[in-house]
Design a protein around this ligand. Structure first.
Ligand code: NCD
Length: 316
């Protein structure tokens, strides 16, 4: 078993073996979550603080449930209500919390790099729950687990990631993870929503849905992140749906058994047809949410084991 990390800040620093370890432990937690017992002791007596400086439904609930199921004391700080925005204030908050001796700090922040900065200032394990456009490692891991369970493997697959790539930390973490595991990744979207330099990431880029989806095993749709746009990225939502929204007709270009994914929250009728999103024969969107709890249990379990091992002078 390999997972020699103090924090989970992104996919970038993880090796393929570390990713496999995280997914293997997650599989065990999927079984636990489906059982009647649904609880473990891996985080018994630990204190987990969730600091979400940006709105979140599923990620925050998922981290909270994951901690509670493993016996941690979980505290949610109501960050949205506060006016904390500046880097300096973030560090002050981190130092204040650090003085209370938490074991796990789960942080979502609108600025790219803010969570890494915070991790340098505290003694406990830090998990990035999404920082700006940078990374969202647990989302990429839960997507990987969903794909591995649906397809029976996580290599040599063709995966089309479609839509607003430019503003998406989900896309970035997924591109890194799927590339490390040797898959073929295609980015599909209007040129205004594809970051410049994307062609250097080892991915194929196209603005044509039928070319991008051709023979794909996995079609991953992304939300149009309007809160990160300052105007002019798309002509209109209607036109965007016409060209880039996933519907049964566009999906026909993919393999007949291709799965449809979306990290949520969804804009039905903008990036995806609502009926297709609910079609349990094609869409694995609810499985993604289920896998999210297991992945977060695994990540916090492994980090807590490393903290314990470090205290004894050895890492797993
Ligand atoms: C994503 C996020 O916050 O980056 N959502 C999530 O965590 N499930 C994607 C999004 O907001 O569109």
């Amino acid at each position: 078993m390999t997972f020699a990390k103090r924090h989970l800040l992104g996919i970038e620093p993880l090796s393929p073996d570390e990713i496999r370890t995280l997914l293997d432990v997650s599989d065990q937690y999927v079984d636990l979550n489906r059982s009647d017992r649904k609880s473990g002791q891996a985080l018994a007596g630990k204190t987990q603080i969730n600091m979400f400086f940006e709105n979140s439904t599923r990620t925050q609930a998922s981290f909270e449930i994951a901690g509670l199921r493993l016996g941690a004391h979980v505290m949610n700080m109501a960050m949205q209500a506060s006016s904390i925005k500046k880097g300096e204030t973030l560090i002050d908050t981190a130092l204040t919390l650090n003085a209370m001796h938490p074991d796990l700090l789960v942080v979502r922040h609108p600025q790219s790099g803010a969570v890494n900065l915070l991790a340098e200032k505290v003694n406990c394990a830090v998990l990035n729950a999404g920082d700006g456009r940078h990374e969202h490692p647990t989302q990429a891991l839960l997507d990987a687990l969903t794909i591995r369970r649906a397809k029976g493997r996580l290599h040599r697959l063709t995966i089309a990631i479609c839509g607003d790539i430019a503003h998406s930390r989900v896309a970035r973490s997924n591109i890194l993870l799927l590339g490390k595991m040797e898959n073929r990744v295609r980015l599909v979207g209007p040129p205004t929503l594809i970051p410049s330099g994307a062609a250097d990431w080892g991915v194929e880029v196209t603005d044509d849905m039928s070319a991008g989806l051709a023979d794909a095993d996995v079609v991953m749709m992304l939300r149009l992140q309007k809160e990160r746009m300052d105007g002019g990225f798309i002509p209109s939502e209607r036109e965007y749906y016409h060209r880039f929204g996933l519907d049964p007709a566009k999906l026909r270009a993919a393999k007949p058994d291709a799965i449809v994914m979306h990290p949520g929250p969804m804009n039905r009728g903008v990036e995806i047809d609502g009926t297709l999103a609910d079609d349990i024969n094609r869409s694995v969107i609810q499985e993604q949410v289920e896998m999210g709890v297991a992945v977060r249990m695994a990540a916090m379990d492994l980090l807590a084991r490393n903290v314990a091992a470090e205290a004894e002078g050895v890492m797993v």
